[in-house]
Structures are given as structure tokens and as C-alpha cells.
Design a protein around this ligand. Structure first.
Ligand code: S3P
Length: 453
């Protein structure tokens, strides 16, 4: 039983939309699980909503983002219920019998929901309008609207359809061949979702492999997908509901991997984590930084979501700065804030390039990370497509104070993780931490379960 005070104190709401107060950690140990994978939870709900009949999802991530996608399908006439927060049951009349929503679909903070649902709604037979919160309404939608328009979609919105709110007049779509220059799985998935209801095949080609959850999950619902190198082709066809088991989110596990790595007496076991190779480049990056204390035990039976998973054991390691190979970035894109915390505790400089996509995430993450690290006293340089972080080694003599999360869940969690390396007596306050629940409800509880001051 823990007798020390909590390392991380969270207050929700208020003027700053939540705060977290973090202090020095003496020890970190334990065996944890992280909530379900956000990308796989969204796709399970979207395919379950388009497929006829019953879909049951276990390990679902009950975060604000994924609940928005679920609520969207309920408005489209799918019966939806949750026997418990991480289980979802859906009963859908099938894509052709979805009904016109009687109100605007609000996808909150979720870029994945907005982009993928744009691909779904474009091929329906009805009119819909989608919007999002202040952050999502600033994020580019043209990257999906333009190729969807080539398929015949009728979508309009501010800045020639580049921003939410978008109005979508559903129409029959035709298959296309499309080169996804953005290296974005959301763009690829939006076009593949539309392709499921188009006439003829739809092919998406990418310059580098992005996360492939959509390609893995469609066949489980009876759809047809062919993959050849970096080309994915989807064929139109009827989908049927199915049981899906979602693994723990590697992107959420990343904060705890980093926490154990940078804490001198740190040691953690993280169970049932998704180990899809298109998501786990952080492990390659950390190995190159000298982390020889991470062991991955893949589980022998793949989950019913066709996603590999397993257990990660991690303990403290001395790290050195590296130049991260830019071709690894798409498979570590959501882990860059966590990586930045590691880089601050490494000897030497870590250079991250080829990551311009970070500028259009929930916040401009390149700028947000640079600002946050500077207030810790870590010097960084910002590039248009990345940053250089001058690490201070395993005892980094950080400065406490107040930092902003820029309303970004991953910046908040990464900086809470780094805050545990403050000298004893120093305190860090992070503002804008309510957004953590968009991907990791219960973050502070798991944190306090394993960390003691
Ligand atoms: C996601 C893809 C990534 C990632 C996001 C989730 C997805 O975005 O950053 O958190 O589920 O497809 P991009 O594909 O736009 O890089």
C-alpha cells in the first residue's frame, strides 16, 4: 500500500481547463495496463456502424474522442449501447439504411473521427454537417475533401472546404487511384472508407508506410483489401458485423515507457499493449538512443482485431542523443512529445526532422514542445519540420514553474512525465490538462499507482 503523497495532482475544469501539479519521483514500479487503442477503437465503431448486424467491441477506449464517433453513429440510426465503459455493442441496419442525422455531428477534438467520417458520409444518400471544437476547426480538412471530391463527393465549408464545419451532400462515389503525399493514415483511411461504398476499386499509395489499422480491420467485417508494397486497394462490398477486441494503446503506453526509462530506480511492466509495427518505431528510436532495458514479449495469439499485442518490460537506461531517421517518423508520429521528454534526459542532442505533420496536430506540437522544454531549462531549436533538443543527461537539473499544454493531451502527458525529474522541492504546474481524457482517461490514476515521491 502507498503511504507517500501523490506525485501528480489533477484538478479538472476551472479557468485553465484543468491543471496537473507534478513533483519529483523517487521510485517507480508496478505492472499496469493502458486503455484501449484510440485508432483501433475509432475504426471498430466506424466499420461496426457501416456493417449490417451486430458488432461487439471489447477493450474499447471510452475517451471523449471515441465516444464522439460512437455518438455520431447513434445519430445515423445505429443502435448503440455500452454494458460497461470499455465494451460497446452496436446493431446497424447497414450502410445503405443509415439515416440522415437530425443535428450537426460534433467530433470535438478528434481529427481521426472528422477525417474518417468525412469518407463515410460522402457516399451516403443524405445530407450531413460536421464540426468540432476550437482546435479541430483550425485543422486542415482539404487533405481529405480534395481526394473525396475527385471521387464525386459534394463537400463544402470555410476556406474552400479546408476547415470545419463541413456540409456533406451524400452522393454515389467512384473509385480512384490516389497518392497520399501527406503520409497520413487519417487521409488514407478516409479514402479507403469512401472506397468501400464506391463503384470500382479504390487504391491509395503512400510514400512511407503509415499505420495500417484500417487495412487490417476491413477484412474482419467481410470487406476486400489488397496490399502490395505501399499500395492498398479496397473493393466495394457489403460488410457484416463481427466481434472485435481492441489492444491497449501503444501511444498511451509510451508515456510510461519513458517514465520508467528516465527514472533511475524505474521499472515497469505494461501488459496487453498493441504492438503493430506501424506504430512502434519509438522502440527502435529508444534502442538507438541506448535504451537496452526494454524487453517486448509478443503474445502468441493475435487479437480478434488482427492487431499484434504483448507485454513490455522497461527499466531505467542511460540515453544518448541521436539524429532520428526521418523515415521512422510516420510510425512514431504520436510519440514525439514522449520522445522529447526522453531527449531532455539524454546526453547530447536529439534531432527530429521530417515531422512537419506535428504542426497540424491537436496543437502545433513542434512549437508547444519547444516552449515547454525551454521553460524546464532545456535548450531547443525549432525547425519547420522538427526540433533539436539539447539533453542534459539523467539528472537534468530542470526548473519548475508553470507551463501550458496548448490544450494538447499528448503535450500535457509528456510534460507531466518529464516533470518527475524536477529536483526535490520544485513543482511543475501544467495548464489545460482536461484534454488528457481525449485519449487517456485515468492517466493520473495509473501514474499515481506506480510513482512515489
Ligand atoms: C491516426 C493517425 C495519425 C495520428 C492520429 C491518429 C489515425 O494522424 O497522429 O493520432 O487513427 O489514423 P495522421 O494520419 O494524420 O498523421
Amino acid at each position: 500500500m502507498k503511504i507517500t503523497p501523490d506525485v501528480l495532482e489533477e484538478k479538472r475544469g476551472g479557468d485553465h481547463h484543468g491543471t496537473m501539479v507534478v513533483r519529483h519521483i523517487r521510485h517507480i514500479a508496478g505492472q499496469i495496463r493502458v486503455p484501449g487503442d484510440k485508432s483501433v477503437s475509432h475504426r471498430s465503431v466506424i466499420l461496426g456502424g457501416m456493417a449490417s448486424g451486430k458488432t461487439s467491441i471489447t477493450g474499447f477506449l471510452p475517451s471523449d474522442d471515441c465516444l464522439r464517433t460512437l455518438a455520431g453513429f447513434s445519430r445515423l440510426g445505429v443502435q448503440v449501447w455500452q454494458p460497461d465503459p470499455s465494451s460497446v455493442q452496436m446493431d446497424s441496419p447497414g450502410f445503405d439504411s443509415l439515416r440522415e442525422p437530425d443535428d450537426i455531428l460534433d467530433f470535438g477534438n478528434s481529427g481521426t473521427a472528422a477525417r474518417l467520417m468525412c469518407g463515410v458520409l460522402a457516399g451516403t444518400s443524405f445530407f450531413s454537417v460536421m464540426t468540432g471544437d476550437d482546435s479541430l476547426r483550425k485543422r486542415p480538412m482539404g487533405r481529405v475533401v480534395i481526394p473525396l471530391s475527385t471521387m464525386g463527393a459534394m463537400i463544402d465549408g470555410p476556406r474552400s472546404g479546408n476547415l470545419l464545419p463541413l456540409s456533406i451532400r451524400g452522393k454515389p462515389l467512384k473509385g480512384i487511384t490516389f497518392f497520399n503525399a501527406h503520409k497520413s493514415a487519417q487521409v488514407k483511411s478516409s479514402i479507403l472508407m469512401a472506397g468501400l461504398n464506391a463503384t470500382g476499386p479504390t487504391t491509395v499509395e503512400e510514400p512511407l508506410q503509415t499505420r495500417d489499422h484500417t487495412e487490417r480491420i476491413i477484412p474482419l467485417f467481410g470487406g476486400t483489401v489488397f496490399r502490395e508494397g505501399l499500395k492498398t486497394t479496397v473493393y466495394p462490398g457489403k460488410l457484416t458485423g463481427t466481434p472485435i477486441e481492441v489492444p491497449g494503446d501503444f501511444s498511451s503506453a509510451a508515456f510510461f515507457i519513458v517514465l520508467a526509462l528516465i527514472t533511475p530506480s524505474g521499472s515497469l511492466t505494461i501488459e496487453k499493449v498493441g504492438l503493430n509495427p506501424t506504430r512502434t518505431a519509438l522502440l527502435k528510436i529508444l534502442a538507438s538512443m541506448g535504451a537496452n532495458s526494454i524487453r517486448v514479449d509478443p503474445s502468441l495469439s493475435p487479437l480478434s482485431s488482427a492487431e499484434p499485442s504483448g507485454t513490455i518490460h522497461v527499466s531505467f537506461s542511460e540515453l544518448k542523443g541521436i539524429d532520428v531517421p526521418p523515415e521512422w517518423i510516420p510510425n512514431a508520429i504520436d510519440e514525439i512529445p514522449a520522445l522529447a521528454a526522453c531527449a531532455a534526459c539524454a546526453e547530447g542532442t536529439t534531432v527530429i526532422r521530417g515531422a512537419a505533420e506535428l504542426r497540424v496536430k491537436e496543437s502545433d506540437r513542434i512549437h508547444g514542445i519547444a516552449r515547454a522544454l525551454s521553460s524546464f531549462g532545456i535548450s531547443c531549436e525549432e525547425f519547420p519540420d522538427g526540433l533539436a533538443i539539447h539533453g542534459k543527461g539523467p539528472s537534468p537539473a530542470l526548473k519548475g514553474g508553470m507551463i501550458d499544454s496548448f490544450s494538447d493531451h499528448r503535450i500535457a502527458m509528456a510534460m507531466a512525465t518529464l516533470g518527475t525529474r524536477l529536483p526535490e522541492g520544485e513543482i511543475l504546474t501544467i495548464r489545460g490538462t482536461d484534454f488528457v481524457s481525449t485519449s487517456f482517461p485515468g492517466f493520473s490514476e495509473v501514474f499515481n499507482q506506480v510513482a512515489s515521491c
